[in-house]
Design a binder for this molecule. Sequence first.
Ligand code: KG4
Ligand code: ZN
Length: 481
Amino acid sequence: MKILGIETSCDETAVAILEIQASTFKIVSNVVSSQVQTHAKYGGVVPEVAARKHAENIMPVIIEALKDVLPSQILFTRRKFQRNLGGQAKTWGSKSAFNNTLTGVNPNGVAPVRTRQTTKSAASEINAIAVTQGPGLITSLRVGAEAARTLSCVWNKPLIPINHVIAHIYSNWLTPIREIRNPKSEIRNKSQILNSKFPNINFPALCLVVSGGHTLLVLMKNHGKFEIVGQTLDDAAGECFDKTAKILGLGYPGGPAIARQAEQWKSAQTSVGVSASLRKSKIYNLKSNIQLPRPMLNSNDFNFSFSGLKTAVLYKMRDMKSASCGIGADMSAEVLTKAEGTRRFTASIFINQMAYEIQNAIIDVLVAKTIRAAKKYNAKTIMLGGGVAANKELRKRFQEEIQNLKQPPHSPPVPRQVGEQGEIEGVKKQNLTITNQQLKLFMPETSYCTDNAAMIAIAAYFNPKKISWKDFEPDPNLMIK
Ligand code: KG4
Ligand code: ZN
């Protein structure tokens, strides 16, 4: 069977086609059109702009995804149309060509022009449409919802509504992909051509979903059986990365920007990739004296809070700015230039340190609470998901902590075993899974951490609650049931 997934909950327009046969699956196509560059100008996602971009992009993204299931003869290019239809092509826009692709019906009521292989149509290829129902921005969700309802109605295929947060958890069932980037377009097409086996994930599983909109600890007892055991009381972890990056002037999205700056500070400490002159500099040899809070680290529940961390960063930044303003008007030009240079250098080192401390503060809380919850609920698996799960340091810390979990003190480290996902024939071994006695850690391949539609399709496969397009409504506040 083939499931077409659609995701438009925030600022990525994504469509994927997932093919499943027995216990193997193939990601036939996985197209993501990211709006990151558009929103970067505003320092965050602007809902109105996001919705307009989704409306512009949804059809091209659907067409791009369908190219991978249909022979190219069906997906008529405008040129081919013109050749096949002669003068008529002028009155048929590419929209009509696309309609023909979807239904096999000529909009003029004439028999469709087809080459020999074009007896297949998208309608005969796809078995169900999966779509993000929520949570998310209603104006963004609405675009994906209407596209899904239309396809479901025209193709007469069932609709499967999916919770976006649950889909992030299901990205753990997907294996690495080959990524093809078209540098000229915002659209990324990532396709997996191998047939892969589903990983063997044991329940109960404790899932940490960390993204721009969510920070949740979800206990997954089985497919379709979820219980929230902890969540953020204010900002999400990704939101904290984004807001603190904005305070530091690092741009949007903040997570990757903070991670890059933190890496520079870390490299400087270990002298890796740092020039000799920089290594000698007094500033670099200073240990970081910035200390940020770890909110709710020791609270007796599994909830989180990140807004205090953001405020602490704001105050430290304000203090730093006022402390470095000692450039007097009476200084000579030479001294002034030198002082300005030093100020800038000090400021950039300060930003590196701050980024390092912000990242560590967020990671400390996420790792400690997840592991504590996993112990309390006797979880056999820990799974990560969401954009923040792409963070390299977070992934490393989880691996280290779980590896050391049951090791008696002073014993040599347990050798890491690569789990099922790494053993799939033909797939390069990845450190996606590590095993420590009963507790296994699963982390999606990083390009599946951020929003994509393959996770929507796979979530639909495991939770096939089919409904009619007439009964489907997006819900910006959709809860986990
Ligand atoms: O899952 P996602 O693509 O969208 C939502 O559902 O929100 O997550 C986006 C969030 C942003 O806040 C972004 O800053 C964060 O994920 N993010 C990261 C990294 N990559 C993306 N945070 C930390 N480190 C990263 N490498
Ligand atoms: Zn997401």
